[in-house]
Design a protein around this ligand. Structure first.
Ligand code: FES
Length: 151
């Protein structure tokens, strides 16, 4: 990241935080807006937010690290989220998850494989999302087809 873009990022985060100064409990709205605008909450963002909201860095860091929704690094280019809920586990989700993690690493592509717990698609398990789109009856072969071209 260039110095100019670091300054731009800091200015944007400062503006976002400043816009929520009069809110009750402004920290979560600020963090969500930073996620929406910039994709993740960088370490430098935590400092800026703490400064603007008059909170300690530990308070802001504690909230960022507590909630799984807040990323602290840029997101991967592609995302696969596999359900590990009970209904999906009963039809092989655990093995599919382990296999998918290993295959993503071997692929060498910029892919984040994460777990979720029930997507409301239990009757069609194993379920998951591929770049945000819900799919059912997933298998290694179906995932290969859905992720073709990610290399
Ligand atoms: S348990 Fe997997 S979609 Fe519900």
């Amino acid at each position: 990241m260039t110095t100019a873009s670091l300054i731009d990022r800091a200015a944007l985060v400062r503006t976002i935080a400043s816009q929520h100064l009069t809110d009750r409990g402004p920290l979560l709205p600020v963090l969500h807006e930073v996620m929406d605008e910039l994709g993740y909450v960088a370490r430098e963002d935590v400092q800026t937010i703490a400064d603007v909201l008059n909170l300690s860095i530990a308070e802001v860091h504690g909230v960022v690290s507590f909630y799984q929704d807040f990323r602290t690094s840029p997101p991967a280019a592609h995302a696969v989220a596999l359900c590990r809920g009970e209904a999906c586990q009963s039809v092989g989700a655990e093995a599919l998850y382990q296999d998918t993690v290993a295959r993503a690493e071997a692929l060498g592509a910029d892919v984040a494989v994460t777990e979720v717990f029930c997507l409301g698609n239990c009757a069609l398990g194993p379920s998951g999302t591929v770049d945000g789109r819900l799919h059912g009856r997933l298998s290694a072969q179906r995932l290969d087809a859905l992720t073709e071209g990610w290399r």
